[in-house]
Design a protein around this ligand. Sequence first.
Ligand SMILES: NC(=O)c1ccc[n+]([C@@H]2O[C@H](COP(=O)([O-])OP(=O)(O)OC[C@H]3O[C@@H](n4cnc5c(N)ncnc54)[C@H](OP(=O)(O)O)[C@@H]3O)[C@@H](O)[C@H]2O)c1
Length: 284
Amino acid sequence: MSIVVTGATGHLGRHVVEQLLEKVPADRITAVVRTPEKAADFADRGVRVAVADYNAPETFQGLFSAGDKVLLISGNEFDKGRVGQHEGVLDAAKAAGVALFAYTSAPGSLKAALADDHRGTEEAILASGVPYVLLRNGWYNENYTEQLTPVLEHGAVVQAAGEGRVASAARADYAAAAVAVLTGEGHENKTYELSGDTAWGFAEYAAELSEQTGQEIAYNPVTVEALTGILTGVGLPEPVAAMLAGVDASIEKGELAVTTGDLSRLTGRPTTPIAESVAVALKG
Ligand SMILES: NC(=O)c1ccc[n+]([C@@H]2O[C@H](COP(=O)([O-])OP(=O)(O)OC[C@H]3O[C@@H](n4cnc5c(N)ncnc54)[C@H](OP(=O)(O)O)[C@@H]3O)[C@@H](O)[C@H]2O)c1
């Protein structure tokens, strides 16, 4: 019986494995990765490393054991059919008879196209009959704080979200919620709407950046079309740029401002304020 984490060498996955190591013996953790060299540090610490690729469902066959608790971290290959990728993992987990199948989904309130793969995956999970947990993760603070270079260069936060607000939290917070579910009891067939404790707007965010950098930084709201153009201009493929800019339209409508308290209840502590993630990012 193991706690199995896919996407373990990603940003969120690394936080999950690190936090699991604080709670359970290393040999009870399996990190599923597609590039084992990236997981050498985990292997050195006694974590079992398994190699599998969402694009090759057969690589997941035989990877799980009866009674395992699995965290499927959603993939990031938008053009590869993520629902099908995730179904490959789910089928193998079902065949093995896992005790729990947790999935990092998107907020139920989010109607942007980006959420479609998550809704499709949720439907497959529910139809499978496997004991599940839906971790409907809200936005990461780091979506913004890890993109500070152009902001500082131009003295402007450029978003297409109008006066919309975002209840974001740090990746480490969402990881802590996943760890609470994977190491705790009584989470079967629950759906958690995870978000930061408070929602903030981009004008406030720009003011926080100004305060912490000593540089005048303004919020420059633009249209979704203009933001799509900016993102394609820096090299993103048009469909991805449109999908990301579409999230801003959702933010303007309040779809990512919902605060349920589920995240801090699961972790037992307040979520990380955006100001704290800004400070971490500025320290570099
Ligand atoms: N809530 C939010 O604000 C937000 C923001 C961005 C993304 N997300 C979603 O949350 C997920 C986790 O976030 P993150 O920050 O950890 O993203 P990330 O750093 O991009 O991690 C994605 C993980 O998925 C793995 N992966 C991708 N394609 C794979 C494949 N074909 N086979 C096996 N593994 C594959 C990657 O493997 P490698 O380590 O080998 O690259 C990586 O470990 C993302 O993938 C995305 O679905 C959420």
